[in-house]
Design a binder for this molecule. Structure first.
Ligand code: F6R
Length: 250
């Protein structure tokens, strides 16, 4: 894993956006793996700026999101589809039919999960996947003890994740208890993985992910075995690392 530490979340977002921009410029038909949550927002703002100011062109790109809550309609304000529309897609020239988010209302969820996997494969696989990091070590919604070989599937959310995500809902009771998530096996097949973590609340789990054993107790630790994984941190998230340089990148 390559680990780079920046001063603040804004710099993390800028660097992440530059990595995505390089990928898109080198192959306009790139397949982008996307995440929701607070962490990638500075990156998405920078991609929007690059599109407007520098003409970064998404017209031939496609995208696959990591996950979606079960039971929320695409236009529900807390659905991940709605998040992606308002925070990114509506501000780029990516073609709507080339953006993919798991269907939280699928009647036959198993069929929908298999179809999602098939769509990723048909697109040629994911070129670069951005990941956030759950306080319990999850990537996507692969909670602790998820199988490292897992594929897109239904995942019950842990109490910790429900509480962490309650900040986006009116009350904790409104947080869905299950989600569809790409599996860890699916994520690990991405040709490049880019994990972002910012803020002191992530410091402990960042240290476990990077310096702890590769263990299903901390799903993100599997990235130690990815051949092209980059971890972008701000100083607060890097604060509990002992074995890597914490000098901020220039
Ligand atoms: C979101 C996702 C999650 C989040 C993680 C961190 O699509 O897959 O793994 O990346 O829960 O969320 P934030 O960034 O809000 O701290």
């Amino acid at each position: 894993m390559e680990i780079v530490v920046f001063r603040d979340p804004g710099e993390v977002g800028q660097h992440a956006a530059q990595m995505f921009a390089r990928q898109i410029r080198s192959n306009p038909k790139s397949v982008l793996g996307l995440a929701t949550g607070a962490t990638p927002l500075p990156m998405y703002r920078e991609l929007i700026r690059m599109h407007r100011a520098e003409g970064l062109d998404f017209s031939e790109a496609s995208s696959f999101n990591l996950d979606e809550y079960i039971g929320l309609a695409p236009d529900h304000p807390q659905s991940f589809r709605h998040f992606m529309q308002t925070e990114l897609f509506d501000h780029l020239n990516i073609r709507p039919e080339r953006t993919h988010v798991p269907d939280g209302l699928a009647v036959d969820v198993e069929v929908a999960c298999a179809a999602y996997e098939a769509a990723i494969a048909a697109a040629g696989g994911i070129d670069i996947q951005v990941l956030g990091l759950g306080a319990n070590g999850h990537i996507g919604f692969n909670e602790p003890h998820s199988d490292f070989d897992s594929r897109t599937r239904v995942q019950p959310l842990t109490e910790r994740t429900i509480l962490d995500n309650a900040r986006f809902f009116a009350s904790v009771g409104e947080v869905p208890r299950r989600a569809i998530t790409m599996g860890i096996g699916t994520i690990m097949e991405s040709r490049a993985c880019l994990l972002l973590a910012t803020g002191s609340a992530k410091a402990e789990v960042v240290a476990r992910m990077i310096e702890g054993p590769v263990s299903e107790e901390c799903p993100a630790s599997i990235l130690q075995r990815h051949t092209n994984a980059t971890i972008l941190l701000d100083e607060l998230a890097a604060a509990q690392l002992s074995g890597v340089s914490r000098e901020p990148a220039s």
